[in-house]
Design a protein around this ligand. Structure first.
Ligand SMILES: *[C@@H]1O[C@H](CO)[C@@H](O)[C@H](O)[C@H]1NC(C)=O
Ligand SMILES: *[C@@H]1O[C@H](CO)[C@@H](O)[C@H](O)[C@H]1NC(C)=O
Ligand SMILES: *[C@@H]1O[C@H](CO)[C@@H](O)[C@H](O)[C@H]1NC(C)=O
Length: 307
C-alpha cells in the first residue's frame, strides 16, 4: 500500500474506534467486559481506494451478528478456531457488502493505533470486485506504528501456498434456501514454532492449507493473547439499503445460516469443541441477532434493517 492508503487505514481505525466506543454493544458491556469485542476495524472503507472518510463516516452503516471468545478466563488461551458454515449469494450493488467471517484480534495497549487483526471467510463485496459473486477472502491489518492493512493478494503480506484456491477466488456452488446446501470449513491457527498464522479453507470436511500470514506482518499478534470472533457482518452506504446477512433469514428461522462444528485451537494445535455459549455482539436494532451457541453451533443473519 502506498502512504496515502496507509493513512486512510490509520484514520479509519481512529474514527471507527471513537464511534464504536460510544457503545452500541450492550451484550458484551453488560457482562463486564471493559472493551467492545468487535473487530470492526476491518471496515470496508479501508479498502476503498479513494475513500473519503469525512463522508464515509456518516454514510457507511455496519451491522454484526457474532460470538467472541475473550482471552483471560481461567488462564486458558486459544490461538485458533475452526468452523463449518453455509455459503450464500445475493445480488448486491456497489455500496453494499455482506460477509460471514472469523476475526482474530489483539487490541494492543488499548489505543486504536495498536490494534492488529486478521479476518477471513466469504463475502459479497461489489466495491472491491466489481461483481456480486461470493468470494473467499482474507484481510489483515496492523495498526501499530505503521498502520498497514490489505485484503486478499492485493499487496504483499499473505503468503498463498495452494495452487487450487487463493484469496479473492469465487466460491461455487453456493447454498439455495430450501434446496442444496453448500458448506465450507474455515480453520485458522498460530503455528507454534514459526508463530505464523495459517489458514485452511475448502468444502466441508475437506479443507486444505491455503497459506499463512507471517508473524512479522502483524507484530501485535506475536506472543499475545487474541480475541476470536465469528459470525456475520454487513455494511452499506446510504441511500443503499442494508443488505441481507447469512441466508437472509433471521437466526430463529429454519432457513437461517449457521456456524457449526465450532472448535477453539490451543497453542499446541489441539482442538476443543465449543460446548457453551459465548458473549455475542449485535446492534441496538436487533435486525440480525445471533442465536445462542448450542452443540458447537449457532445461527445468525437477517433480511436487512430499516435505518
Ligand atoms: C470529502 O467529503 C467532504 C464532504 O463532502 C468534502 O468537504 C471534502 O472536500 C472531501 N474530501 C476529499 C479529499 O475529497
Ligand atoms: C499464489 O497466487 C498467485 C496469484 O494468484 C499465483 O500466481 C501463485 O502461483 C500462487 N502461489 C502458489 C504457491 O500457488
Ligand atoms: C452442511 O452442514 C450442516 C451442519 O453441520 C449439515 O447438517 C448438512 O448436512 C451439511 N450439508 C452438506 C451438503 O454438507
Amino acid at each position: 500500500m502506498d502512504n496515502s492508503s496507509q493513512l486512510i487505514v490509520l484514520l479509519g481505525v481512529l474514527l471507527l474506534a471513537s464511534s464504536l466506543f460510544g457503545g452500541c454493544f450492550s451484550s458484551l458491556q453488560e457482562e463486564g467486559h471493559p472493551r467492545i469485542a468487535w473487530p470492526s476495524e476491518l471496515h470496508p472503507e479501508f479498502f476503498l481506494p479513494n475513500g473519503n472518510l469525512t463522508t464515509d463516516r456518516n454514510s457507511i452503516i455496519t451491522y454484526y451478528s457474532s460470538h467472541t471468545w475473550l482471552p483471560g478466563g481461567g488462564g486458558v488461551n486459544y490461538y485458533g478456531v475452526e468452523a463449518t458454515l453455509d455459503v450464500y449469494n445475493f445480488d448486491l450493488e456497489h455500496g453494499q457488502a455482506s460477509a460471514a467471517a472469523i476475526w482474530i484480534v489483539n487490541r494492543g495497549d488499548g489505543h486504536p493505533s495498536s490494534l492488529c487483526a486478521i479476518q477471513f471467510g466469504w463475502h459479497i463485496f461489489p466495491w472491491l470486485y466489481k461483481d456480486s459473486h461470493t468470494h473467499f477472502y482474507t484481510a489483515w491489518m496492523s495498526g501499530g506504528a505503521s498502520g498497514k492493512g490489505c485484503m486478499n493478494m492485493n499487496c504483499p503480506g499473505f503468503h498463498n501456498s495452494s495452487s487450487i484456491i487463493a484469496p479473492g477466488h469465487v466460491i461455487s456452488p453456493v447454498s439455495h434456501v430450501g434446496d442444496q446446501k453448500s458448506n465450507i470449513t474455515l480453520r485458522i491457527f498460530k503455528e507454534k514454532y514459526s508463530g505464523d498464522w495459517h489458514i485452511h479453507f475448502g468444502p466441508s470436511g475437506d479443507s486444505e492449507p491455503v497459506g499463512y500470514f507471517p508473524k512479522s506482518l502483524i507484530p501485535g499478534l506475536i506472543d499475545n493473547p487474541v480475541e476470536i470472533s465469528f459470525g456475520g457482518y454487513v455494511a452499506h452506504r446510504k441511500p443503499r439499503l442494508s443488505p441481507p446477512m447469512g441466508s437472509g433469514y433471521i437466526a430463529y428461522n429454519e432457513n437461517a445460516a449457521f456456524f457449526s462444528n465450532l472448535k477453539l485451537i490451543d497453542q499446541d494445535g489441539n482442538d476443543y469443541t465449543i460446548d457453551k455459549d459465548l458473549p455475542y455482539t449485535t446492534d441496538m436494532k436487533g435486525c440480525y441477532n445471533p442465536s445462542v451457541i448450542d452443540s458447537a453451533q449457532f445461527f445468525y443473519g437477517g433480511p436487512g434493517c430499516i435505518d
